[in-house]
Design a protein around this ligand. Structure first.
Ligand code: TRP
Length: 344
């Protein structure tokens, strides 16, 4: 039988927001429910340290936040095909990561556009582990690879658009590894990109992120959402309702395009806005209401999750499952690299 696995993950550096939801999480929930894949959802706390080693308590708290957000959005580690994995606790992964570093040319990491963009936002001295984190991420993905390569097997990585360069790197590393050691051990992983590659921030910035303070969180209360929606940039030239409007840089419209269930209504609303028949107040009210309808059930499930006493067990169980796979992969990789010294 074919082995189909999913590995994907998130850095625990803060609570999750709507950008995570549409860019990735919605896909994860769908794939989990379809039941075709063994799913490994990774809480990438080691990767979090590449920028936050000086704030270990922040990472520690965020690990809990991520688990709560995942449960709230509908991921369910009680399903037999779903595992929550704590990256730092998969000991064998560190070994795999170092070994993959040895077959990865520096030039492949040097020009990674996602790393470059993140480098510009660094608040502290860049640590050695930072520019090479995509290689470490390749170890995250390949640690659950079905090995050796067989035709029907699959390793799927559902992520947001910004992760595409990392997946491309993972494929290059796997191919180079196989080529270098004349084997077919590491498979090609396949990306699956969320519906909305990237959700703009509430300030119109191209990415929603905690550091830019432009995010709407899955745990935001109704009043907070209203406030955030009201502060969104619209068309500054439309002063009165009857002025003609332009939606090109209109943030609430951009959000309605993503979140409102009936897009024909939004088409009509846009025409009305452009012709001066409707104003920002009404649009913002509609958006706040739309977002609330999405977030309230998540908020409630999050509250329920927060009083559970078995969160640690859930993560421990999933991590154990991942370790069993990682032990196999790492052992196979070590042997291919002649690190067993049979000839000694
Ligand atoms: N880089 C991802 C992020 O910033 C997190 C991550 C770590 C990841 N390891 C992964 C994503 C493996 C997909 C697969 O959110």
């Amino acid at each position: 039988m074919a082995t189909k696995r999913i590995l994907t993950g998130i850095r625990p550096t803060g609570p999750l927001h709507l950008g995570h939801k549409v860019g990735a999480l919605d896909n994860w929930v769908r794939l989990q429910n379809e039941g075709q894949y063994e799913c490994y959802f990774l809480i990438a706390d080691v990767q979090g340290l590449t920028t936050h080693a000086h704030q270990p308590q922040l990472i520690e708290e965020a690990v809990r936040e991520v688990v709560l957000d995942w449960l709230a959005i509908g991921l369910d580690p009680e399903l037999s095909n779903v595992h929550f994995v704590l990256q730092s606790a998969v000991i064998e992964r560190y070994e795999l990561s170092i070994l993959l570093q040895m077959v990865t040319p520096w030039s492949w990491v040097e020009n990674n556009p996602t790393v470059k963009a993140e480098m510009n936002g660094l608040e502290n001295d860049m640590v050695v582990g930072f520019p090479s984190y995509p290689v470490d991420q390749a170890a995250d993905i390949l640690m659950v690879a079905p090995v050796p390569v067989l035709d029907n097997n699959e390793l799927l990585v559902p992520v947001g658009e910004d992760q595409v360069p990392h997946l491309e790197l993972t494929r290059r590393i796997a191919r180079r590894f196989n080529h270098m050691y004349g084997c077919k051990i590491l498979p090609d992983c396949k990306p699956l990109i969320g519906d909305v590659g990237r959700l703009v921030g509430t300030d119109g910035n191209e990415k929603m992120s905690k550091s830019k303070n432009n995010a709407i969180y899955l745990g935001d209360a109704e009043a907070t959402i209203k406030k955030k929606v009201n502060s969104m940039y619209t068309d500054p030239n439309k002063i009165r309702v009857t002025d003609p409007g332009n939606v090109t840089n209109h943030i609430p419209f951009k959000y309605l395009r993503v979140f409102y269930p009936d897009q024909c209504e939004i088409d009509q609303l846009q025409v009305d806005y452009e012709r001066g028949r409707v104003g920002d107040v009404k649009i913002k009210r509609l958006l706040a209401q739309t977002l609330n309808e999405i977030i309230v059930p998540i908020y409630e499930r999050r509250l329920e999750a927060s009083i559970r006493t078995d969160l640690r067990d859930l993560v421990e169980d999933g991590t154990k499952k991942a370790r069993l796979l990682t032990q196999q992969v790492t052992q196979t990789v070590r042997e291919a690299m002649h690190l067993n010294y049979h000839k000694l």
